[in-house]
Design a protein around this ligand. Structure first.
Ligand code: MRU
Length: 333
């Protein structure tokens, strides 16, 4: 529990359930879902009831353990494949599934218990990694008053502490109250619904802006840093993150604002040589034309392009912060 909000992802051993905060119900209702079937868990990831790269990885690890425990080890490959097909971009999902598979293979005499322990280790390591990211990230913010963030890379995107918002939380713990500008993040409004919610709950100073207002905020000198998370970082430092991130990086370069990326090392994918190798999820056009509106806001039949992520060239990234420390360009992972 942090700031009155329980962990985003948890294992309920008594009831054999993956417990998540239903992020589609926020900010209206803080609702916990207890998921016990494979179908419920996969649906939760696809529908973004649980979302954010580290949280997806932890949820899939716990879900894989529970589903294999219920169905038996001979169903392992099918269950793993079902999780792997749930969302394509956040590499933390595939990293977690790979770790789980290795744990089972290395413990043929007790694979189910090995899966349980590995899922709990992934959960615990995420909490520790995010705390460390907060400490390292805070060292970049000396003299900074205002920061701009995008999407939600806070505690709701990880198990308990968050990535891009971790330095903000680390600062709050020391009495530093950054002025955080949160881009609303069309089309799914993770910034408006989730970042604004969790920062308000934490007593942080948060101001919500439409995505189109970022240039104005930078031109007026209201922010001295942009901090975002990532779903996958390529070997050359190209950063894939929520759609709209790369535009912010271009603006930040123009206005001379440092652009920082905070992510656990599990978000680095050395197999992706550059951003071109990162699969970008495309989602339903209804998220753009209908969702959140009282009535449809675009003519029937209009074509919609709805990529959920974009790639920021590593050359626009001032520093990448992981639990291991701060890395600056040229990047080579
Ligand atoms: O589609 P989402 O909401 O899962 O996308 C999340 C993001 O893009 C986050 O910025 C990213 O996962 C970093 S979260 C620590």
């Amino acid at each position: 529990m942090r700031n009155g909000i329980p962990d985003t992802v948890a294992l309920d051993e008594t009831n054999g359930a993956l417990v998540i905060i239903d992020q589609t119900a926020l900010p209206g209702e803080l609702k916990l879902l207890s998921l016990t079937t494979l179908e419920e868990m996969i649906d939760a990831i696809k529908a973004l009831k649980v979302r954010g790269a580290p949280a997806i990885g932890a949820a899939a690890a716990i879900g894989l353990y529970l589903a294999v425990k219920a169905a038996g080890m001979d169903k392992f490959a099918d269950i793993k494949a079902a999780f792997a097909a749930s969302r394509p971009t956040a590499v933390n999902l595939f990293w977690a599934l790979g770790r789980m598979e290795r744990a089972a293979l290395e413990n043929p005499d007790g694979p189910i218990e090995a899966l349980r322990l590995e899922a709990l280790a992934i959960r615990d390591e995420d909490i520790a990694a995010c705390r460390a990211i907060g400490e390292h990230g805070l060292t970049l913010l000396d003299g900074v008053e205002g920061v701009l963030t995008h999407c939600n890379a806070g505690r709701l995107a990880a198990v308990r502490y968050g990535t891009a918002l971790a330095p903000v939380y680390a600062g709050l713990e020391r009495g530093r109250r950054f002025k955080v500008y949160a881009g609303e993040t069309r089309p799914l409004l993770q910034g408006a619904r989730l970042t604004a919610y969790e920062l308000c709950a934490a007593g942080a100073d948060v101001t919500l802006i439409c995505d189109s207002m970022a240039a104005d905020v930078m031109r007026r000198g209201r922010v001295q840093a942009v901090i975002v998370g990532s779903d996958r970082i390529a070997a050359n430092g190209d950063v894939c993150n929520k759609i709209g991130t790369s535009g912010l990086a271009v603006l930040a370069k123009h206005y001379g604002v440092p652009f920082y990326v905070c992510a656990p090392s599990s978000t680095i994918d050395p197999k992706a040589a550059s951003g071109a190798d990162i699969p970008i999820e495309e989602r339903d056009g209804g998220e753009v034309t209908d969702m959140w509106y009282a009535e449809r806001m675009a003519p029937p039949g209009v074509k919609v392009y709805n990529p959920a992520f974009d790639v920021t060239p590593g050359g626009l990234v001032s520093a990448i912060v992981t639990e291991r420390g701060v890395v600056r360009p040229p990047y080579s992972f």
